[in-house]
Design a protein around this ligand. Structure first.
Ligand SMILES: Cc1ncc(COP(=O)(O)O)c(C=O)c1O
Length: 414
């Protein structure tokens, strides 16, 4: 099947059949977190109802609990094109994962070393973790977005790279600009020009639109939050072996040899949520099977990604055309759907929250009024973060009808 079967897709998400959520409302704040697929909910329910909470003990329920956790790591790693122990399930959020990683870099780097951060990122991959390394004498260099286009120009990165730079942190896709950054090309530049490692926030803004083959794109660290990718509230992080074994261990001393434990600080993980992460792989596999896609896990995931993206791009272009034609709003990021995720932030020149509230009255659930933790990106565009932007975001399960309803509602409220 060459087109996404949207009815089949929606049938995998119980939220679409839930009267309290349905109620005539179109969900267009997916960048804040997606609905959860049935496969994940089923695994979570099974864990809580049929397994013991404490895994890896020698009795049946506990053994199965441990197996389900191991399965989640192995299946996610296979989709992401990396070794099983290069996938860590950390705390529930990406922000906490970067925070722990930064502690490792804090111990590993020397005064006079440098890192590169951007002003396009969500704060999770810039302020609390990385910019605070300046307190240790680390030089922090900012790769700045173009205030007209919102883009990060790779040529500007070249000017910041030299042999002092140990790490380059950037987003796969900003949660307000929406442009998809060429991770493979940027990573290659950082590796070659400065010998630096890269930390990519796959975050909200890219991972929900399809899992990528991290092995192929070459990122040393790739992070995302499973609650944005139809899963449980769980931070997921790929740390490639060379870097992961070089950075100081942040876990119990007796776990230092285990790559997937090294950046999970001493604390019990959320067993049920980790086990439920395998449901994301179940969903991708079911989607692939339904559309007649074969191959290994990475190939199935890549083909599923392409189907999802094609659907999203087809729905996105009319929305971009519509908002680009309005004098009263400014679209952040590219106006071509192929270059961006369907995360559409609009500068209204006035407070966005009342407009989001008005949209709710027209059956549209939108994100409004906030800076979406992208304060630096908004300021760089000359937008007052207190007024914020209106954000309209969808993923592959969104129906064309919902985008049409959005367009009609925008005509009324703008
Ligand atoms: C691009 C991006 N990165 C990181 C995050 C932070 O994720 P978490 O809430 O898991 O810390 C978000 C959250 O919205 C985001 O949009």
């Amino acid at each position: 099947m060459s087109q996404l079967d949207i009815d089949w897709v929606r049938a995998q998400f119980p939220a679409f059949a839930e009267p309290t959520l349905r109620g005539g409302q179109a969900f267009l704040e997916n960048a804040g977190g997606s609905y959860t697929c049935r496969q994940v909910i089923d695994r979570l329910t099974r864990y809580y109802t049929q397994r013991k909470v404490q895994p890896y003990a020698p009795y049946e329920a506990s053994r199965l609990a441990g197996e389900e956790m191991d399965e989640a790591r192995a299946r996610m790693a296979a989709m992401l094109g990396v070794d099983t122990d290069e996938v860590s399930f950390g705390p529930p959020s990406t922000t906490q994962n970067t925070y722990v990683l930064a502690q490792a870099f804090r111990q590993w780097m020397k005064p006079g070393d440098a890192i590169v951060v951007t002003n396009q990122d969500h704060e999770a991959n810039t302020g609390p973790p990385w910019r605070r390394l300046a307190e240790e004498g680390i030089e922090v260099r900012e790769w700045q977005l173009n205030p007209e286009t919102g883009s990060l120009d790779p040529a500007d990165l070249d000017d910041l790279l030299d042999d002092k730079v140990r790490l380059v942190c950037f987003p796969h896709c900003s949660n307000v600009v929406g442009e998809v950054n060429d991770v493979a090309a940027i990573t290659a530049r950082a590796h070659v020009a400065g010998g630096a490692f890269v930390c990519v926030d796959g975050g909200v803004s890219y991972a929900p639109h399809g899992f990528v083959n991290v092995g192929e794109i070459g990122a040393d660290i790739y992070l995302f939050s499973a609650y944005k990718t139809y899963g449980p509230h769980q931070g997921v992080m790929v740390v490639r072996r060379e870097l992961g074994m070089a950075l100081p261990n942040q876990a119990h001393y007796f776990n230092a040899d285990s790559l997937y434990k090294r950046f999970t600080p001493p604390a019990g993980p959320d067993h049920a949520q980790i086990a439920a992460c395998a449901g994301m792989a179940d969903y991708i596999d079911a989607l692939a099977a339904h559309h007649g896609i074969a191959g290994d896990a990475a190939a199935r995931s890549a083909a599923a990604h392409d189907l999802m993206r094609a659907h999203e791009v087809a729905l996105l272009q009319p929305l971009l055309d519509h908002v680009s034609n309005k004098n009263s709003v400014r679209l952040l990021g590219p106006d071509r759907a192929e270059n961006r995720a369907p995360t559409v932030a609009l500068d209204l020149g006035r407070a966005a929250e009342p407009v989001a509230a008005e949209l709710a009255g027209h059956g549209i659930m939108a994100g409004g009024g906030g800076d979406f933790y992208a304060v630096r990106a908004l300021k760089a565009h000359g937008i007052d973060p207190d007024k914020g932007v209106l954000r309209l975001s969808f993923i592959h399960y969104t129906h064309a009808d919902e985008v049409e309803r959005l367009v009609d509602a925008l005509d009324v409220v703008l």
